[in-house]
Write a protein that binds this ligand. Structure first.
Ligand code: TXA
Ligand code: MG
Length: 331
């Protein structure tokens, strides 16, 4: 496989048997393949091949300290790679396949490369529910590490065109499986020792988790931006080019507007606004979030104001991503 810095031809593939066979062969050979999951598109590589994993970091321009999620095709495969206590097992039985990532102690003989784990004694695992993702992982026959398929710090991609815009010429293939349905990343829970800690809000809500473990998951200690528990949680992340202003009840003259619900912020102009959900549906809003941020960015607006969005259910993940997108940029 060529070095990540030299341009490669990016093949656009579909979801036919032949195309997935080709995509899985590229993965086995150490190449990079972007593929759809139910949350966002992932940039996949053979988790057991450190060279392939290194190419992911290079293609994304991602800081090396940020570990990756290993995607597997079944719960049993996940149970073989990590150590699941009773609560982790119950969460896996309930939410896999689906938009939940579990961080558990790594099994001593786990073949996932040290580089993908950023040297941590834990491993992030997920069984996605997207049928194309499951077929690709099964065909590859290895765990596939996959961060979101965007350049580091950019908005996560929810369709194949977004992936191409960020990574064309840097990866071997993109498998087009249509629009990612959920639109925000998986919820990440650490199940280490006897605690369940919410590392990232996402596709499975706090309340859904509480129903299984009988209590709310714990939050990360607040001083933890540099905590090894949350190595990837940089304050400015998921950032569009435009500056964001949150909880806007009015629109300023030079702003585009991202709305939510039937009432637009005051002064919004229909030529420069998009609604996350006109009916105030948080599921629809999550699915539209990155898509609409990209669309307003592509239209060239320097500033975007965002209507208030309730931070309950999926709204917690939306609020988290918007706060990061609005945070001051790391130079
Ligand atoms: O929905 C998703 O989770 C998508 C799709 C492609 O599956 N993937 C995704 O991956 O969002 P990524 O790399 O963008 O985010 C993974 C997060 C990072 O914040 C990383 O720091 C955290 O998972 N992570 C991975 N391994 C970890 C570990 N051992 N301990 C703590 N956090 C970990
Ligand atoms: Mg990401």
């Amino acid at each position: 496989m060529p070095h990540a810095s030299s341009p490669v031809e990016t093949h656009l593939l579909g979801a036919s048997e032949a195309d997935l066979a080709r995509a899985s062969a590229i993965v086995r050979a150490g190449g990079l393949v972007a593929f759809p999951t139910e949350t966002v598109y992932g940039l996949g590589a053979d988790a057991t091949n450190p060279r392939a994993v290194a190419r992911i970091y290079a293609a994304k321009g991602r800081p090396h300290f940020n570990p990756l999620i290993a995607h597997v095709a079944s719960r049993e495969e996940a149970f073989a790679l990590g150590q699941f206590n009773a609560e982790a097992r119950a969460l896996a039985e309930t939410f896999w396949p689906g938009p939940l990532t579990l961080v558990v102690p790594v099994e001593p003989d786990c073949p996932v490369s040290e580089l993908a784990r950023a040297g941590l004694p834990s491993l992030a695992l997920r069984v996605p529910s997207h049928p194309v993702a499951l077929r690709l992982i099964a065909a590859a026959g290895c765990p596939i590490v996959a961060p979101s398929a965007n350049r580091s710090g950019h908005v996560s991609p929810t369709d194949a065109a977004h992936v191409a815009a960020d990574l064309d010429g840097r990866i071997e293939a993109i498998v087009d499986g249509g629009r990612a349905m959920i639109g925000v990343e998986s919820t990440i829970l650490a199940c280490l020792e006897n605690e369940v800690i919410l590392l990232r809000a996402g596709g499975i809500s706090r309340a859904q988790i509480a129903r299984i473990i009988g209590r709310e998951p714990a939050d990360m200690p607040s001083h933890s931006e540099n905590n090894p528990l949350a190595p990837g949680r940089l304050a400015s992340h998921y950032a569009p080019k435009a500056r964001l202003r949150l909880n806007a009840t009015h629109v300023e003259a030079d702003e585009a507007c991202l709305g939510f619900g039937p009432v637009w912020p005051q002064g919004s102009d229909e030529t420069r606004r998009l609604s996350l959900s006109l009916t105030g549906d948080l599921v629809e809003a999550a699915a539209n979030l990155y898509h609409h941020l990209r669309a307003l960015d592509a239209a060239g607006y320097a500033r975007i104001c965002v209507a208030p969005i309730p931070a309950e259910g999926l709204g917690e993940a939306i609020a988290d991503r918007l706060a990061r997108a609005a945070a001051p940029r790391i130079p």
